[in-house]
Design a protein around this ligand. Structure first.
Ligand SMILES: [Cu+2]
Length: 101
């Protein structure tokens, strides 16, 4: 699992931003090896939690993303991951699709 927050270095390879703005978690389609960077642009605390509230997958879990915080995760396997915010599990959901490999 390659996961970085705060001042940690963004790994080598492509990066794609997925800003969290107006209570929306973004959908992104990326190539394998790409790092998705989530930043809490506005609003209260968020989480970026892989899976669904009923069935979290644990593939990536970013807890307590306060306003201004930036976290990232590098996807090294193809697949599709739905994700959600634990504080707003029905309104805030998104999908990351990883192609290639
Ligand atoms: Cu939320």
């Amino acid at each position: 699992m390659k996961f970085a927050c705060g001042s940690a270095k963004i790994p080598v390879g492509g990066t794609v931003e997925a800003p969290i703005l107006n209570s929306v978690l973004q959908d992104r389609t990326i190539d394998i090896g790409t790092t998705v960077v989530w930043g809490n642009v506005s609003g209260p605390q968020r989480t970026v939690t892989a899976g669904t509230p009923v069935e979290p997958t644990g593939v990536f879990v970013i807890e307590f993303l306060s306003r201004g915080d930036i976290c990232s995760f590098t996807f090294t396997k193809p697949g599709t991951h739905v994700y959600y915010c634990r504080f707003h599990p029905t309104e805030m959901t998104g999908t990351i699709t990883i192609t290639g490999g």
